[in-house]
Design a binder for this molecule. Sequence first.
Ligand code: PBG
Length: 325
Amino acid sequence: MIHRPRRLRATPAMRALARETGYRPGNLILPMFVREGITEPAPIQSMPGVVQHTMDSLVDAAREAVAAGVGGLMIFGVPEQRDAVGSAGTDPNGILNRAIARLRAEIGDSAVIIADLCLDEFTDHGHCGVLDDHGRVDNDATLEIYQEMAVRQAEAGAHMLGLSGMMDGQVAACRAALDTAGHTDVAILAYSAKYASAFYGPFREAVDSQLSGDRRTYQMDVANRREGVREAELDIAEGADVVMVKPASSYLDVLADVCAISPVPVAAYQVSGEYSMVEAAAERGWIDRDRVIDEMVTGIARAGATMICTYWAAELAHKAAHAAG
Ligand code: PBG
């Protein structure tokens, strides 16, 4: 026998030497929720270990994540008041903008502060955009609000904006608004291939979503692979600094396709349902939690993602720091 691939698997050192991919804490992004009007962090039932933060606990958790080496913090706001046009999202005193400003003041440039730019947390109907007279999500009217949100989030101190609404033309619209307002250095992370996924289930509890129905008129059909590449190409042409595929594990083909064509870094978002399924199975003793988490995140990195958005970011960074000694 000439070929014995097992030779390179014989010892831990041999396997370490032959290891092709992996993830570094600096490439991990931690999604975090901050809720207006609470005085204690509120656990999210369907996401054991994840909470809705108060402003103060957000800062503490952010500091801890940054100390462990997490590269980015993705912030979602949960407002007390909602309306049809999501006014709390454009209000400089809205919960998300206040949290961004506070975080920037506290942690400075030690991690990339990413503001979620979408209306769903702020609208009383729960859609990612405003509705027209027929109750349909109005793409172009929504873009105008996104532009205002973008400028407010940049003024608050966000380093990067996470455009998660899946409106056509959102990257170009926000880029133009940012540049006109002088925020040429604020980066755009585009949720380019964002699928209409059932894996977002627990997130709806996390942001107290008011949505009834679904987002199928703007988020992508789960069966479409080619379209994921098209969406990424459009966002790159519109000036996206980073393109993202979401969810992650069930879309590794799309992720690999986008990685193959993208001249800009590619991110993947391991979403709430991916997190909760692992935690739930682990709680029952059905899987080896830590190994499953590592395997899933490694799989996302192996498919080509440079940045990985995961609710385990701080934990994984802590472990990596520990392993490095
Ligand atoms: C909406 C948004 C969603 C998530 C991130 N941003 C939910 C949705 O599109 O319905 C989901 C994230 C997760 O499930 O972890 N702006």
